[in-house]
Design a protein around this ligand. Structure first.
Ligand SMILES: Nc1nc2c(c(=O)[nH]1)N[C@H]1C(S)=C(S)[C@@H](COP(=O)(O)OP(=O)(O)OC[C@H]3O[C@@H](n4cnc5c(=O)[nH]c(N)nc54)[C@H](O)[C@@H]3O)O[C@H]1N2
Ligand SMILES: Nc1nc2c(c(=O)[nH]1)N[C@H]1C(S)=C(S)[C@@H](COP(=O)(O)OP(=O)(O)OC[C@H]3O[C@@H](n4cnc5c(=O)[nH]c(N)nc54)[C@H](O)[C@@H]3O)O[C@H]1N2
Ligand code: SF4
Ligand SMILES: [Mo]
Length: 686
């Protein structure tokens, strides 16, 4: 028997845990701990533990598929490439858009944006980061000059106060949750701000159960209380920041008095007061936040408020502190770093900057898309649905917008308006079903590459088995397609490492990295030179703004886009559970995970259930202005009265049938988190 252990990193969440794949007779059969990995020290959550189960599932795509008369027919790679090339050549650059993926490697993503810009010459390249964390990038860039998580994962255990807002850390980033437990053991106090009494909230010393969408109000209220009591860090404010007076003008307004904030947020004044005191008086306070802050039209405001309160209390640039935006997917940081965004090349070099444009055109040795930002993912879907004919072809790698984008009917309408859709995935997803051509991709265990976790750590994937059937690594598909389209000179790579060499060459943050240097535990960017060991904590001496000072950027609280009314009387919010990831293409094909949580539900407070006459487990009808679904009720005190919650993983009760597609004008992120909902009993016999 031939058994090997191949070290790799987890394909699920942005924590980026390391583990070994157990390979027996050339097939992956298990996961074994990798004790020395600095992120997780050998520990894993259930998704990591069972990350091998979907790999050899019978549903894996093994051959290209071409749709003929409404049905998929297996095809050769040659025929698939020819069809795609012929079709793409028939469209103008602005008629094509590409969606890259937070789930695939840096090498895969880098080549997709290069293929979009250098072969298709289209500026329209984006990915789901615009559904997830754009407000982090925009909000933190305004205050600190840079948008990444400031400290490292291990550093969280050094905090004396951990303030968690809009992150269900214990379910969504469980191995970061472990650091919170370690901090507690070291004497830290934990404060959780959430509308639901989540697994995370249950670990906290102080739980502020508030109304969704009132984050800015609570943060401004806490800042007023801190300033009133003189708890602000005067030395830090003086030495490292500017515009403190502007902050005071806003947060000292009567609207943000404790009494008012209590009314807006539904949290007792005493709890807000105590939170402000615990926060400001601790030696080191860290903030953890995630998408419930960012996936709202008011997302940038909340992120700015978080940055403001950390500067006010001097909790930046030192151990146990920081603004720790927990990025969601395994490689969402990397997909952004690689330039899979409509406004930047890799390393956040602006496409509209003529110097950056020339640098990339020279490096790639060809003409590239004009230097103006293209459409974001939400704009792409809106244009498809509402302006038929403007965009004609779409190439999606590793995303499943039918289940994951808000307002599914709107997404479906958009995809149906396309003349030509290519989907490159490892499974025939709900979105792939709409494609004209489906290309079978190799999964994380079947290819070499790198991915970048939430603490900016670039780590390796190592090939452990061959892909099933004729499936190929995503980066390889782009090389072959580029060749078919006559652009082989710009895509000369023989392996993933050669792609990484080019990434390092053109991407300042990655310049000092090589595959050899990434062994064994990865490197955190910025790593500008070959002798740099990377950067665990950002902004230790100065911020990344032009003058090095942090800029207080006060914001006023604004209500969510759609608030409850007589017809839709409850606040609706959505999210994830520990056993499943997103549209569930992988977790629902992992026997153990699927067995734990086989379908969805809606969480309803007992008082609301009583007034609606609904019992636990009863199937109910849930509707919004967009659509309706039928789903079992979970009656639980863990959710605030007046608020309803659904996980969004399940196609049979898809939460995004209900959500609203409104955009933040600044960041183009959508409001997949909050809208107004109605819940009804289904009459017997109906
Ligand atoms: N198991 C699992 N882990 C995951 C994922 C997954 O699908 N499954 N997805 C990954 C990805 S891509 C992401 S982006 C992250 C998401 O990570 P999180 O954002 O932590 O997860 P969510 O469940 O989306 O929501 C977090 C919490 O915000 C609360 N909340 C709802 N509305 C509001 C509000 O208005 N304000 C505040 N402050 N809180 C609110 C919800 O009740 C919920 O408890 O998780 C990553 N990890
Ligand atoms: N209502 C609601 N909607 C949400 C959210 C929410 O909390 N509530 N969360 C949002 C968030 S935070 C995010 S990040 C998005 C996620 O949105 P998506 O990224 O669309 O969701 P996934 O299900 O992760 O889709 C990834 C696809 O990639 C495929 N895949 C995996 N590995 C590979 C590979 O190596 N190569 C290729 N080619 N394909 C691969 C998978 O099979 C899957 O089909 O959803 C968003 N939607
Ligand atoms: S915490 Fe995230 S990265 Fe770690 S094992 Fe779980 S899903 Fe994978
Ligand atoms: Mo995400």
């Amino acid at each position: 028997m031939d058994v090997n252990y191949v070290p790799t990193t987890c394909p699920y969440c942005g924590t980026g845990c390391g583990f070994n794949l157990v390979v027996k007779d050339k097939k992956v059969v298990g996961v074994a701990p990798w004790h020395r990995n600095p992120v997780n020290e050998g520990k894993l959550c259930p998704k990591g533990t069972y990350a091998y189960e979907f790999i050899n599932h019978e549903d894996r795509l093994t051959k290209p598929l071409i749709k003929k008369d409404g049905k998929f027919v297996e095809a050769s790679w040659e025929d698939a490439y020819k069809l795609i090339s012929d079709k793409f050549k028939g469209y103008k650059p602005n008629e094509i858009a590409c969606l890259a993926s937070s789930r695939v490697s840096n090498e895969d993503n880098y080549l997709m944006q290069k293929f979009a810009r250098a072969v298709l010459k289209t500026p329209n390249i984006d990915h789901c980061a615009h559904l997830c964390h754009p407000s982090t990038v925009a909000g933190l860039a305004a205050v600190f000059g840079s948008g990444a998580m400031t400290n490292n994962i291990g550093d969280i255990s050094k905090a004396k106060c951990v303030f968690i807002i809009g992150s269900n850390t214990f379910e969504q980033h469980p191995l970061i949750g472990r650091q919170v437990i370690l901090a507690k053991k070291n004497g830290a106090k934990v404060i959780s701000v959430d509308p639901r009494n989540t697994a995370t909230a249950k670990q906290s010393d102080l739980f502020l159960q508030f109304i969704p969408g009132t984050d800015v109000s609570i943060l401004n209220g806490m800042m007023q209380e801190i300033i009133k009591n003189g708890w602000e860090n005067k030395d830090f404010i003086k030495a490292r920041t500017k515009d403190f007076e502007k902050l005071k003008e806003v947060v000292m307004k009567p609207e943000y008095s404790l009494d008012n904030v209590a009314k807006v947020t539904g949290v007792p004044t005493e709890s807000i007061k105590l939170a402000a005191e615990m926060f400001a008086k601790s030696e080191a306070t860290t903030i953890l936040y995630s998408t419930d802050i960012t996936q709202q039209v008011t997302g940038v405001d909340s992120v700015k408020s978080i940055a403001n309160i950390q500067m006010l209390t001097g909790n930046i640039g030192k151990p146990g502190s920081g603004v720790n935006a927990l990025h969601g997917e395994n490689n969402v940081q990397g997909a952004c770093d690689m330039g899979c965004l409509p406004n930047v090349f890799s390393g956040y070099q602006q496409v509209a900057n003529p110097d950056a444009h020339k640098k990339m055109a020279d490096a790639w040795g060809c003409g590239i898309a004009e230097g103006k930002p293209g459409y974001t993912v939400a704009e792409i879907i809106n244009v498809l649905a509402d302006k038929p004919g403007e965009l004609k072809a779409l190439y999606i790698m590793g995303e499943n917008p039918i289940l994951s984008d808000p307002d599914s009917q709107h997404v479906e309408k958009g995809l149906k308006n396309l003349e030509f859709l290519v989907v490159q995935d490892i499974f025939l997803s709900e979105t792939a079903a709409f494609a004209d051509v489906v290309l079978p991709a190799a999964c994380f265990a079947e290819k070499d590459g790198t991915q970048t976790n939430t603490e900016r750590r670039v780590q390796r994937w190592n090939k452990a088995q061959d892909p099933p059937g004729e499936a190929k690594a995503d980066w390889q598909i782009f090389c072959e397609l580029a060749k078919q389209m006559g652009a082989e000179k710009s895509f000369p790579y023989k392996n993933a490492e050669e792609v990484f060499v080019e990434i390092a060459k053109v991407t300042p943050y990655y310049s000092g990295m090589t595959y050899a240097r990434l062994k064994p535990e990865g490197i955190q960017w910025p790593c500008p030179t070959s002798d740099s060991t990377g950067t665990p904590i950002l902004h230790t001496e100065k911020f990344s703004t032009p003058d090095g000072l942090g800029v207080f950027t006060p914001v006023e609280w604004k209500a969510a886009a759609e608030v409850p009314d007589a017809e839709y009387p409850y606040v609706f919010t959505t999210g994830s559970v520990i056993f499943h990831l997103h549209s569930g293409t992988m977790t629902r094909r992992s026997y153990t995970l699927d067995n734990e949580v086989p379908t969805g539900w809606i969480e309803i407070n007992p008082e609301d259930a009583k007034s609606l006459g609904i019992k636990n487990n009863e199937v109910v009808k849930v509707s919004t202005r967009r659509g309706d679904v039928q789903v079992p009720a979970k009656v639980t005190k863990d959710i605030k009265k007046g608020v309803m919650f659904m996980p969004f993983h399940f196609s049979e009760c898809a939460a995004n049938t209900l959500t609203i597609n409104v955009m933040d004008p600044a960041t183009k992120s959508t409001e997949s988190k909050t809208c107004a909902v109605k819940v009804e009993k289904i009459p017997e016999g109906a």
